[in-house]
Design a protein around this ligand. Sequence first.
Ligand SMILES: NC(=O)C1=CN([C@@H]2O[C@H](COP(=O)(O)OP(=O)(O)OC[C@H]3O[C@@H](n4cnc5c(N)ncnc54)[C@H](OP(=O)(O)O)[C@@H]3O)[C@@H](O)[C@H]2O)[C@@H](O)CC1
Ligand SMILES: Nc1ncnc2c1ncn2[C@@H]1O[C@H](COP(=O)(O)OP(=O)(O)O)[C@@H](O)[C@H]1O
Ligand SMILES: [K+]
Length: 505
Amino acid sequence: MKILNVDQIRALDQYTIQKEPIAPLNLMERAALAFVDWFVDHFPNTIPTKIFCGLGNNGGDGLAIARLLLEREYPIEVYVVRYAPRESDDFMHNHRRLKLVTEQISYVEYSRDIPAIRHNEVVIDAILGSGLSRPAEGIVKSTIETINRAPATVVSVDIASGLNADKPNDANDVIIEPDYTVTFQLPKLAFVLPKNGRYVGEWHVVDINLHKRYIDQANTPYFFTQPHEARLLLHKRDRFAHKGTFGHALLLVGSYGKIGAAVLSAKACLRSGVGLLTVQVPRCGYAVLQTAVPEAMCRPDGHQNVLTGVPDHGAGEAHSPSPADYSAIGIGPGIGKASETLAMLRDIIPLVTKPMVIDADALNLLSENQDLLEKLPPNSILTPHPKEFERLTQKWDNDYQKLDILREFAKKHRVIVVLKGAYSAVATPGGEVHFNSTGNPGLSTGGTGDVLTGVLTALLAQGYDPVEAAVLGVFAHGLAGDRVAEQRGPIGMTASDVIDALRWD
Ligand SMILES: NC(=O)C1=CN([C@@H]2O[C@H](COP(=O)(O)OP(=O)(O)OC[C@H]3O[C@@H](n4cnc5c(N)ncnc54)[C@H](OP(=O)(O)O)[C@@H]3O)[C@@H](O)[C@H]2O)[C@@H](O)CC1
Ligand SMILES: Nc1ncnc2c1ncn2[C@@H]1O[C@H](COP(=O)(O)OP(=O)(O)O)[C@@H](O)[C@H]1O
Ligand SMILES: [K+]
């Protein structure tokens, strides 16, 4: 699903009005109906509900919503926040229609007009929408502050009043802090950015049938991965497949005290459909790995505690294949930053031509040795969390600047970057960013990133296109976390639970 900017949404609106065609007022009615359908599914008509409406089309939506909820016998009080002398045409029309069905419309011009809001009430915020052109001030600001202080449940129409849809807000802007945002047709970029969490709440997109042709043709770098889109990326298995069909992956993982990371990434790799798996761990991890993951072959490193890349010939294989011979390599979980491990990276990276997965301390080593970035095989997948990404690049002032840095980095180095966290962002060498839709805060626990490395390495080994591997792998990993949260709640989830919950159907 595309994420469009405010100008594009406005153009989409106009395109729909002209090409469907549909009168603007009827489009507003459709939006109000879609909101109301969502609302009646979530709140009974016994809860006192106050609707605050501005004077633009967001306010017009609010007035139409008020009328439709009154028809459904909701106890509604309507407040029009009169911050300007001018109203939009569709606001005025809906104002006239609402006056025919209720006399309960109050006007908020001064602070004394703002009603008290009690804890058992619902507030619908339709003050300002995507037409926001400046920070909230005066009576708008006071109303927003009162709503934010109130113990009521707040639902924003389209977007929280005061929140910019596609550019940063100032730190001292006053913005509604809703429990829910019900937005029209497509998500807004603001919804997936960490700093906006409290200005979005739980958000839902409702379909208002805006013109598909415009959406299909619109140019945007930003996408939000929907379940059906992820499912389309899944490779079907041939009836006559054999283990050779699904690649042979090599994981270079673990160090003394962090062999768990090796075990987790190895198990996740196997649970993600790899044909064969070899894991290279320092000698101290050999017995652990062979016991914990009997399905994997183990290539003990010549070093007792850290990875050096030199296999321990004494322990087995006389002729170890070169790393370049594997279908895919994943490197990083638990490896530490020993100088011998850096030397291994320096040896291996120029040897390998197939895309690799690079995580954790391998990323930190790249940050400190940026010349290696130039040598990475094109379309390698880097999986930093924000701190690791900052080390690789620079500090950012806000989430939008972070996205610019992310896109630039992926383009410049011709790599795929999975910037992990809520709505993990998968940036491609082509300059696109795919925000993930699955996952929950239960995943914020040690080892879940190691699981992701195993997942992505398995997909590359099976021959997935690297961008598709990243989008699908991140989606499936988050979905596994969601399954665990559903079954046993989000708190106390372990990385092992996530591995067990991985599914590929
Ligand atoms: N496209 C869709 O999907 C559909 C969208 N729909 C709905 O339309 C909404 C967008 O409507 P909109 O363009 O009228 O914008 P909205 O925010 O209501 O008001 C703008 C007015 O407020 C003013 N103003 C701005 N900032 C201000 C401030 N801080 N303090 C005070 N005033 C401020 C601004 O002034 P100006 O910039 O012109 O000076 C202008 O007069 C959208 O969110 C959705 O709810 C649906 O109905 C149909 C389908
Ligand atoms: N709030 C969240 N919502 C969704 N996913 C999350 C959230 N917090 C963490 N995650 C996911 O959990 C994983 C954590 O990875 P990482 O920080 O590398 O952990 P570790 O290094 O301990 O394995 C990432 O895939 C990240 O996207
Ligand atoms: K709003």
